[in-house]
Design a protein around this ligand. Structure first.
Ligand SMILES: *Cc1c(COP(=O)(O)O)cnc(C)c1O
Length: 338
């Protein structure tokens, strides 16, 4: 089976496993794991931030970031399809006591014009405190869209009105490769951000948060609260380091392959999509007649797994375990569907 459901299905390569086996370790709850420290320092430097923190998952990174930035009753502003809004069981309400203010926007791209009507008079006792503007790059649920260049304008607006800015950068590496901006250029407008090592980069586990020293100290406390204090985590940090050093530039291949999938899909009668909407490694295909489950079943019988987003949408994701021969088989299977 060629598995295109997600870029999380990759398995660690032999070289990555060797790096894991060789890792120097210590107890990271005491701050004594040299490989975790090396990963945190290298991640912070790469993102142009003072400090970074290794966490077991992107969800924990998001929840720790919210805990680090907010007090109960604060408001978090985000696009309605953001992972923090739509993929974490309402964790910000459960764990941080934070209220969400969600926004609609085509392809997830927020604008100052959408946000500004919700600025409130802080002297009016009815009003919540807008505290955190939450952006995603790439924007996952709308198809791996690269956050547009207006991020700096959004951040400037937020800062002027007392909101901090966080970027959920689970696929920031994809955004960097696709846009030509370095990770630190993409991170610069934000006070804090996350990155993920276990999606496009192919590590088995791990995310990181980055920001200034005070933010990271608060996030470290929140990580412990959430049960994310880890002991000899150098074993997994070594995989993340390997992934960050070796698997970023090759994301370009994933993007080219996703574009080919989109071009073939666009020619098929059962599918509607615009290939130029595909900016990175995810292809969202609108299925004519809401037959997505039936089409996915046919594809499975032809050896290709994809994700059924809903009755009218399928998702195909390219990743480092899908090479050129796999891609040709996928394209044949797509053309064979009736
Ligand atoms: C996958 C994802 C997460 C959550 O990461 P996990 O490691 O699955 O917990 C958060 N945000 C975005 C944008 C994601 O794509």
């Amino acid at each position: 089976m060629i598995d295109m459901r997600s870029d999380t299905v990759t398995t660690p390569s032999r070289a990555m496993r060797q790096a894991m086996a060789r890792a120097k370790v210590g107890d990271d709850v005491y701050g004594e794991d040299p490989t975790v420290r090396e990963l945190e320092e290298e991640t912070a430097a790469r993102l142009g931030k003072a400090s970074a923190l290794f966490l077991p998952s992107g969800t924990m990174a998001n929840q720790a970031a919210v805990l680090a930035h907010t007090r109960p009753g604060d408001e978090l502003w985000a696009h309605e399809a953001s992972h923090v809004v739509d993929g974490e069981q309402g964790g910000v309400a459960v764990l941080a006591g934070v209220q969400l203010r969600t926004f609609q926007a085509r392809r997830g791209e927020l604008t100052v014009g959408k946000l500004s009507p919700w600025l409130r008079d802080p002297t009016d006792v009815h009003n919540t405190r807008p505290r955190l503007l939450w952006l995603e790059n790439t924007i996952a649920r709308t198809g791996g869209v690269v956050l547009p260049e207006r991020t700096a304008g959004l951040a400037h607006f937020a800062h002027r009105h007392g909101l901090m800015v966080h970027i959920d950068g689970s696929r920031l590496w994809n955004a960097s490769v696709a846009s030509g901006y370095s990770e630190s250029e993409l991170a610069a407008p934000a006070d804090s951000l996350s990155v993920c090592f276990s999606k496009g980069l192919g590590a088995p586990v791990g995310s990181a948060l980055a920001g200034d020293e005070q933010f990271v100290a608060r996030a470290r406390r929140a990580r412990k609260l959430l049960g994310g204090g880890m002991r000899q985590a150098g074993v997994i940090a070594a995989a993340a380091l390997y992934a960050m050093r070796h698997n970023v530039d090759r994301l370009e291949d994933d993007h080219l392959r996703a574009r080919r999938v989109a071009e073939v899909l666009a020619e098929l009668p059962w599918c509607r999509l615009n290939p130029s909407d595909v900016e990175t490694n995810m292809v969202f295909a609108n299925v004519v007649g809401r037959r997505s489950r039936a089409i996915a079943a046919q594809l499975a019988s032809l050896g290709v797994a994809c994700d059924v987003v809903n009755s009218g949408t399928l998702r195909f994701v390219t990743h480092l375990d899908i090479g050129s021969p796999d891609l040709e088989r996928v394209l044949l299977a797509l053309r064979a569907v009736r």
